[in-house]
Design a protein. Structure first.
Length: 207
């Protein structure tokens, strides 16, 4: 893993025309000391690049350590996760909630979840439940909550149609209890759809 020292120079290739251009990227974002960077993540501007040759705009996915001391949260974006030996990864984090994601899009979703005061494990279980009932889903993201009432998720289906799907808050609460009763050890960082699927499978075996 690279050392995380705030900024580095990278050669970025446009996925459309293969034109190369330089860009300064950040591999450390501490929103406790640089709160404005959070907006850059949530609006994608921190990762957006426009090709000087063909005008194509695209997201740059790269390794990044995100720290929010106030939220007690550290998230490592590791696009080359397959190359990491997860059992050996130890985030040198001073926070109690520590996660690994594989893309800057996943990072954004985690931030939105934690900012809403929700538990990302219960959100992943909610998403697994929605996916189980809607087989046409291609992409599913947590969007927002109406506190105590309902959660809204954004879906795009296999025809690239976008829509919102709602889940009652009390159902989320049930899933939250489930995660609390089957808590992983704290050093398990990868909370994604596979994690949710494995937990449901494990519970089904026990029944
Ligand atoms: Zn281009």
């Amino acid at each position: 893993m690279e050392e995380h020292t705030a900024t580095f120079e990278a050669e970025i290739t446009c996925p459309k025309c293969r034109h190369c251009q330089k860009r300064t990227l950040r591999n450390l974002v501490n929103v406790t000391t640089d709160p404005q960077l959070k907006l850059g993540i949530l609006t994608d501007s921190l990762f957006m690049m426009t090709c000087k040759n063909c005008g194509n705009s695209f997201l740059i996915n790269h390794e990044l350590l995100y720290i929010d001391e106030k939220a007690d949260l550290t998230i490592l974006v590791a696009p080359d996760l397959e190359k990491l030996d997860l059992s050996s990864v130890r985030l040198e984090a001073k926070t109690s909630i520590n996660r690994i994601v594989t893309s800057v899009i996943d990072l954004k979703e985690k931030i939105v979840i934690f900012d809403a005061g929700l538990d990302d494990r219960a959100i992943e279980l909610s998403k697994a439940y929605i996916t189980y009932r809607n087989t046409q889903i291609e992409n599913l993201r947590f969007l927002m909550q109406d506190p105590g009432k309902e959660l809204t998720f954004a879906i795009s289906d296999t025809n690239h149609e976008n829509q919102a799907i709602k889940l009652e808050y009390h159902f989320y609460e049930k899933l939250l209890k489930l995660t609390q009763n089957h808590a992983e050890s704290d050093d398990y960082y990868l909370i994604d759809s596979n994690w949710a699927y494995n937990l449901f499978s494990e519970l089904a075996r026990k029944e």
